[in-house]
Write a protein that binds this ligand. Structure first.
Ligand code: 5AD
Ligand code: SF4
Length: 432
């Protein structure tokens, strides 16, 4: 979502006449888009800001040039004016729902030489999407936000506080943005939302529509080759949506469906609206709709109160689903969330051990899946140049990175490739 937001901010600033620089030292304006999901992500901002401050001072001393430093995103929403207290050299800070105001803020700052720092963490009544200019494709693969915010309030998570309540963009607006992406070179669209499968936007007649409906409408766009969506909440994985995997070839057979934990006790403490049996039933239905689906998930280890038996239940789910890819994290205590004040917090040492065990198991399945691809022919969307000359990097339907020695003309094309080699993290192949 932050990649998407950053590209929309860039679209907006380009329209105002700004250009991107290759080096930070050349920039008159430096913007940081930030994540507050775990402590590590949030702390990164302050070390990045420290470095930016040094560059700001050097540019002033050596060249008499001023540098505007701005911060956007969820850290701003959570820290509010504390950001300016910790980093007084920051000129402005806006939350993730207010970034459409950046051009106006910049104009104001540039006009007033000795301005005070400006902070805006409003949850606006009118969606920011109404104010953003037309988007540009982000390359052959583009993100498109269709939903933002979350009403689930998992007890560990800051999202409902930083991104606010759920909002779904209207169907017509999504279709317009998707068409524009395809017209400017996109072949693959990844529809985004913190809780994307609870999408409930209005159609052209004011009727509320679900994600399955939206997928079928977006799929009709001429020139679009691949469709994905992320991230889904298990309890919102309805039959309509599952049935899309039966007949929609454009919908990639890869689903990121976070379970977080395999223990019902922990899932309850996390305030998730599913238990492990519910989750496994959904996965079974998905495999029935399309046996070729590859599953992915997020996991948290060391949530307060997690025993060895609870952790074993998570490993059991991994062994049943055999994820082809996954993201796993140590539980991170986030200020203001209910889990942060639970009294049965888990020691760092235990969290670390459990994460290592879980990741080894997850990697073993990922590796097995990648090895099983060797010898197969897969359609690969090449969208990047490789490190070596004559090499391109692309994505398989399963989001695996694939390297191939192939002519440059194939960039931004889907090419059939025979997989010749596999590691845990990537594939190599030859054009067939
Ligand atoms: N600690 C660790 N991981 C977290 N996530 C969300 N909040 C936390 C937290 N406090 C993880 C969840 C979520 C992913 C985006 O980040 O697994 O699905
Ligand atoms: Fe956070 Fe996802 Fe839970 Fe919403 S559903 S509170 S975004 S973890």
């Amino acid at each position: 979502m932050n990649v998407y937001d950053s590209s929309r901010i860039a679209d907006m600033l380009k329209k105002e006449g700004y250009e991107e620089t290759a080096k930070q030292t050349d920039a008159d304006i430096v913007l940081f888009n930030t994540c507050h999901i775990r402590e590590k992500a949030a702390e990164k901002l302050f070390s990045d800001l420290g470095r930016a401050h040094i560059i700001q001072q050097e540019r002033e001393e050596q060249f008499g040039k001023s540098t505007i430093i701005g911060v956007v995103g969820c850290v701003v929403q959570a820290e509010d004016t504390q950001i300016i207290k910790r980093a007084p050299f920051v000129d402005f800070a806006v939350g993730p729902l207010m970034y459409h105001t950046i051009p106006d803020i910049l104009k104001r700052i540039i006009r007033q030489k000795n301005h005070t720092s400006y902070v805006n963490t409003d949850f606006p009544a009118v969606s920011k999407f109404d104010f953003l200019p037309e988007n540009e494709s982000q390359g052959a693969c583009s993100y498109l936000a269709i939903q933002e915010g979350c009403n689930n309030f998992c007890t560990y998570c800051v999202v409902p506080y930083t991104r606010g309540v759920e909002y779904s963009r209207p169907v017509a607006e999504v279709l317009q943005e998707a068409r524009r992406l395809v017209d400017t070179g996109t072949l693959e669209i990844n529809l985004l939302g913190q809780n994307v499968n609870s999408y409930h936007g209005e159609d052209e007649n004011g009727k509320e529509r679900n994600l399955a409906y939206l997928l079928r409408r977006v799929a009709e766009i001429d020139g679009l080759k691949r469709l994905r969506y992320t991230t889904s909440y298990p309890a919102d994985m309805n039959d309509d949506l599952i049935s899309c995997y039966k007949d929609m070839d454009i919908l990639m057979p890869y689903l990121h469906l976070p379970i977080q934990s395999g223990s019902d006790k922990i899932l309850k403490a996390m305030n998730r609206r599913h238990n492990s049996a519910d989750y496994l039933r959904i996965v079974e239905k998905l495999f029935k709709a399309n046996p070729k689906i590859g599953m992915s998930s997020d996991f948290i280890v060391g949530f307060p109160g997690e025993t060895d038996a609870d952790f074993q239940a998570t490993l059991d789910v991994v062994n049943q689903v055999k994820y082809i890819q996954a993201f796993s994290f140590k539980y991170s205590r986030r200020p203001g969330t209910p889990a942060a004040v639970m009294d049965n917090q888990i020691e760092e040492k235990v969290k670390k051990q459990r994460l290592e065990i879980l990741q080894n198991l997850l990697f073993s399945y990922q590796d097995k899946f990648n090895q099983a691809c060797v010898g197969k022919v897969m359609p690969v969307l090449f969208d990047q140049k490789g490190r070596h000359k004559g090499q391109l990097i692309g994505r398989t339907p399963y989001m695996q990175n694939l390297h191939a020695e192939i002519n440059d003309d194939n960039i931004n094309k889907i090419v059939n490739v025979k997989v010749t080699q596999a590691t845990t993290n990537s594939l190599s192949g030859k054009e067939v």
